[in-house]
Design a protein around this ligand. Sequence first.
Ligand SMILES: [Ca+2]
Ligand SMILES: [Ca+2]
Ligand SMILES: [Ca+2]
Ligand SMILES: [Ca+2]
Length: 407
Amino acid sequence: MNGVIYTVIVTAVIFFAAACADLLPPEPEPETVLAAPIEDLTSQQLNSHIVGDKEFGRIFGTTDGLGPTFVSNSCETCHVGDGKGHPLNTLTRFGRYNNSVWDPMIPQGGPQLQNRAIAGYPAEQIPADATGVTRLMPPAVTGLGYLAAVTDAAILAMADPNDDNGDGISGAPNYIDPPDYFEPMPSHQPLNGKYIGRFGRKAGAIDLLNQVVNAYIEDMGITSDFRIRDNFNVQAGLFTGDEIDDPEVSTAVVNNVVFYVRTLKAPPRRNENDPDVIAGEKIFKQINCSGCHVPSLATGPSDIEALNSKTFYPYTDLLMHDMGYELDDGYTEGTAAASEWRTTPLWGIGLAGDSQGGTPFYLHDGRANTLKGAISFHGGEASQSREAFENLSSDNKEKLMKFLMSL
Ligand SMILES: [Ca+2]
Ligand SMILES: [Ca+2]
Ligand SMILES: [Ca+2]
Ligand SMILES: [Ca+2]
């Protein structure tokens, strides 16, 4: 290489590197970091958390068993930094109503679409006769161990299916058929063989094991002892297993990933002593946002001491609510109606944009980019609350926004 050009390039590189060091963002403040374990874990528990963290970030390739049909190749790709995901990483699910009975269209590849495939295999397509199609944004995976440790009795105590207290809100649990590997806990209260779902936007997963096993097989095409067979491929007309022996991940790996999401800390609060934030929280309760986004819950017994009988602040009741026609995608899971969604926990909502590339995306499909926009889609059981919000003075609206951004 010509010496002069070389010197120029080297100088430019050094200059650029130095400039970069200045431009690098400062270390994030601890109160904005989501990806951290809950405090007070034993060293053995911390170890499982760290092993699970690594597996959560593992990128699967064809030689690891990815696919043959899949949506993405790693948990972390969709759940970036453990925070809320981006609309680029939505999951598509479909099904249809047959004489008002829900049909998840399993023989046609339902309910989840695997829109990608490894070389040589056809990707899935939405069948023409599906009547309901929904696109689901990845939720944050923080604080889930607390939600998992709430007893069924505590959830049922918040339910009011016939709206006996007359506030227009009639939350009900979603009852789910348990998978064959499901092991009930003493605190579970099944109804006709179905169990209360609590994870996922339709509360379609009963516990974190159920959620993680589904994620491996449905989202990445990775088999485990819990779901030993690769996904049925309708386009090819058979169980197109890949060349990789099943299970593609061990039970220990699945358990460590469950442990990881179980032991991520709750999203930290910010500015909670700001007078506007305090005033905003009062308004939140006055206009009955808290009728569904219940500020505090308590865990029942847990084998993890740090999760045992603890009060925490998720702003959800884990129940299903009819949100009106605008949020109705004609798609459902379990015993819920298509217009019903699980109250989204609001903890961490002020940090949503950080993990979504700067612009926040709210609601199950990310259709709203502002908190006010998200509220404006609240229909059905939430209509009274939305109208009360619309009637607030602009000053009070801003206080409520400040409160939400502090969560
Ligand atoms: Ca596979
Ligand atoms: Ca499918
Ligand atoms: Ca009620
Ligand atoms: Ca396989």
